[in-house]
Design a protein. Sequence first.
Length: 543
Amino acid sequence: MKSTMMDFPLTLTHILDHAGTLFGGAEIVSRLPDKSLHRYTYADFYRRTRALAEALQRAGLQPGDRVATLMWNHYVHLETYFGVPAAGGILHTVNLRLHPNDLSYILNHAEDRFLVIDDTLLPILERVKDRVKIERVLVAPFTGKPVPPGTTSYEELLKTATGTFRSPPIEEDDAAGLCYTSGTTGRPKGVLYSHRSLVLHTLVGALPGGIGIAESDTILPVVPMFHVNAWGIPFIATMIGAKQVFPGPHLDPESLLDLFERERVTVTAGVPTIWMGILDALDKNPKRWRLTPGMRMLVGGSAAPEALIRGFDRHGLRVVHAWGMTETSPLGTVSALKRHLEELPEKERYEIRAKQGFAAPFVELRAVGESGEIPWDGKALGELQIRGPWVAASYYRMPEAGDRWTEDGWFRTGDVVTIDPEGYVKIVDRTKDLIKSGGEWISSVDLENALMAHPAVKEAAVIAMANEKWGERPLAVIVPKDGLGVTAEELRAFLEPNFAKWWLPDAIVFTKEIPRTATGKFSKLQLREQYANYRPPPSDLPA
Ligand code: AMP
């Protein structure tokens, strides 16, 4: 007999049963493609989620099998969040904004057996279906149209359940979720979340140092459910029994503001680009929406500018800046003001709130510069390294990508930071050669390689340009081959077939020479300085 506590595995099934048993009357509201609202209760959610788990088992799902989702944020996606892991499967949320090449790579690399997809997103599947092997496609029928031949309606699948679901034995270290990140060089890389890591992340995420919600809150994740589990919000909200509101495909400022007002939302979360649009709408029309005073908005994925934080304060709404990664589940840091810092002059308070914040409980941080670990003085620069119970130990089926971990077991984030004496981290640069536009990654290296394949291009370097709406946008600097002429339009047309439209550079400029580092590589640092104030002429912007 153990002399301490019982063996009790930390699994998502406990969160599901807890919510279904105790919060049956709580509401879940989803915006559908036709803009109508679907409403049901936790009791309905519990019944359908267990039906999904049983139906998947009946359809042959084996423990450890991957079930992919290509869906917006809504109740069916929430059902898969719990139903797939409860059946012993692994929920693989797929980013629907990816180019078909990346999408098919990811679906094949994960060897997904099942795919659950919104019927409105079927055209995405159409583009990759000849390149992927998915045994069973389940279509969530929102438009009322019959599902295509060879697929099954999600609703019909649920009807095959008899109400006798029994969860298979699940160990807390078993995998429950999978999400690929393209925020590294090379191929997209998978991060496999365990039941234990998700449960611990949920527990800490629910605390005031995380999202900090209560049963009386109404929470609306704008952050897609295919971005690191919508930052863990669906798990957290379900455990707490909070009212959940999902925006479906309607992410424009007006639709979101209408939903915040109508459902009395108290907590929400998303990337800065979303909030820029919302702030603009509020500034233009401050009286139009009656939002919950003090509504909290978790902002992360890219840096939240101080102007954004100040801007929302003017409307009585509170931005909370946070930092995290796919590899860190994602909760890493939250920029809450410590009590004694509330006394500081306004300017300093805003400076702190615009930092990425200090470590959540159980997250350990250090930053390493050229001569070792840097002091926490707010000045020295180093690469941020992290470890903790919800930080990935490796990439899924990709042993060659092991260089992201140090020999003593820390994960290298690729973010260059200062850390101040209070532990607040401030991101000042990135070692990863990538561009983050509207919360999604664009690979400079992929664009450069593609551009250099053009017969008239001698050299190409792609850097991030600051952009008010998107955070960053790509700028391509081109050295043409001697005597050969090429235009920006020709290059853009050359790139188009192989990249998603939003990857195409906003500006393509021509030069005689690209600055180099001592080792002969392109000096992105110098290029960024050179083009820091460059604003593309309107004709340069892609149509
Ligand atoms: P992803 O894995 O796609 O979520 O991207 C994680 C990366 O996004 C981090 O390593 C940072 O480079 C960036 N990032 C996330 N949150 C922030 C933030 N609050 N401020 C600045 N950069 C951020």
